[in-house]
Design a protein around this ligand. Structure first.
Ligand SMILES: [Zn+2]
Ligand SMILES: [Zn+2]
Length: 402
């Protein structure tokens, strides 16, 4: 890409700072939970209508797909922004604080939408240079894991034009502003849900020998699950099983009929994940049987591993280092065990997901999903620039991907 175009992208991205920050604040003040997005998609449609982009509403529920067709033929790149908020009460006090009690944009999805809207403006102005198309995927319900699968089922990757590659950014409140963090292969973990019911035989607390007490059996199940992680799986391919819920009984002198244990299972290797349901089920049933109890195991598939394609990740790495300097990309040594449904797109088309640093300047930084989560909004035009640069380079005539 020649330097004048680069300058154009940078200048335009930064000239849009007020617009992008304004959109982010508007969405931040009016957060909507997954699959309840109404105002946010309407705002997106209003912001893009003037540009004459092809708009498809109600995709996979409340999603919006916006298509920017370039002046020349070529492949199609999807840029994804998720739209939903979290069931949290915002604690920070600021003018654009959430006006919805118990709902908050604590994962930066407000910023993702704003950056994609900014990139749409920049790229629209450069459409004469685009050899192919850009499909903006404004996705609902990321936090509840339904959004990506619904959008895909509705044809967002396959319908005219079919998507050849996908790219996404996630704001990272602990990283330096504008810094892009990525890696080849697994970037984020799979996230499945586990619910176990240990079924015993209730009775008087003073007569345990006449009962099958599910409480100590549940304790054994929890301990055995931790031993499973430590002893059964290769430490170089991390596995996390966290039990977050334990419930049994209602009185101090009654042995209950059952105990319920629930939690989450995380892996970064699809082959490890594939065997997890059977492995956990076997362990739980045998543990329960050892004490004369039975168990029900519900293993619910959530989102898969976010598996970056090395070729596309390297393309992004080279483009961003080439345009923003060698220090602009930070190589992540390990995947993070948090989850994202972006992995579902990557199971179908090549692409990459990356984190964009947005650490607040003059205040303590809180992680995603914290009631005091915030970003440095100066990261937003940087994200517009990164989205636009990657898209223009991907759809440039001299595109070189490996
Ligand atoms: Zn989140
Ligand atoms: Zn998120």
């Amino acid at each position: 890409m020649d330097d004048s175009v680069l300058c154009t992208i940078r200048e335009r991205a930064h000239a849009l700072a007020d617009f992008v920050i304004g959109m982010r604040r508007d969405i931040h003040a009016h957060p909507e939970l997954g699959n309840q997005e109404q105002r946010t998609p309407a705002l997106i449609v209003a912001a893009l209508k003037d540009l004459g982009l092809e708009l498809h509403e109600g995709v996979g529920g409340t999603g919006v797909v916006a298509i920017l067709r370039g002046a020349h033929t070529g492949p199609t790149l999807a840029l994804r922004a998720d739209m939903d908020a979290l069931p949290l009460n915002e604690e920070a006090d600021r003018p654009y604080r959430s006006c919805m009690p118990g709902v908050m944009h604590a994962c930066g999805h407000d910023g993702h939408v704003a950056m994609a809207l900014g990139a749409a403006r920049v790229l629209y102005d450069l459409r004469d240079r685009l050899h192919g198309n850009i499909k903006f995927l404004f996705q609902p319900a990321e936090e509840t894991y339904g959004g990506a699968s619904e959008m895909i089922a509705a044809g967002c990757l396959s319908a005219d034009p079919a998507v050849d590659a996908v790219f996404g950014l996630h704001l990272e409140p602990l990283g330096a502003v504008g810094e892009l963090r990525l890696r080849d292969g697994p970037l984020m973990a799979s996230s499945d849900a586990l619910r176990i019911v240990v079924k015993g035989k209730g009775g008087h607390a003073s007569e345990p020998h006449d009962c099958i007490d599910p409480v100590p059996i549940a304790a054994h199940v929890i301990t055995n699950l931790q031993t499973l992680v430590a002893r059964r799986f290769d430490v170089k391919s991390p596995v996390v099983i966290t039990i977050t819920y334990l419930q049994a009984g209602s009185a101090f002198n009654v042995i209950p009929e059952e105990a319920i244990v629930a939690g989450t299972v995380r892996t970064v290797d699809p082959s490890v994940r594939a065997g997890m349901r059977a492995t956990i089920s076997e362990l739980v049933h045998h543990t329960a049987a050892a004490f004369g109890a039975t168990a029900e195991v519900a293993y619910v598939d959530g989102s898969g591993v976010v598996m970056n394609h090395a070729g596309f990740a390297d393309f992004v790495r080279r483009v961003i280092r080439g345009t923003r300097g060698a220090g602009a990309v930070v190589e992540m040594p390990h995947p993070v065990m948090g989850a994202e449904d972006f992995g579902l797109y990557l199971e179908r088309v090549p692409g990459a997901f990356a984190f964009l640093g947005a650490r607040p300047a003059h205040q303590e930084a809180f992680p995603c999903h914290h009631p005091r989560f915030d970003i440095d909004e100066r990261a937003l035009p940087e994200g517009v620039e990164i989205f636009s640069t990657v898209a223009l380079e991907y759809l440039g005539r001299e595109r070189r991907t490996s």
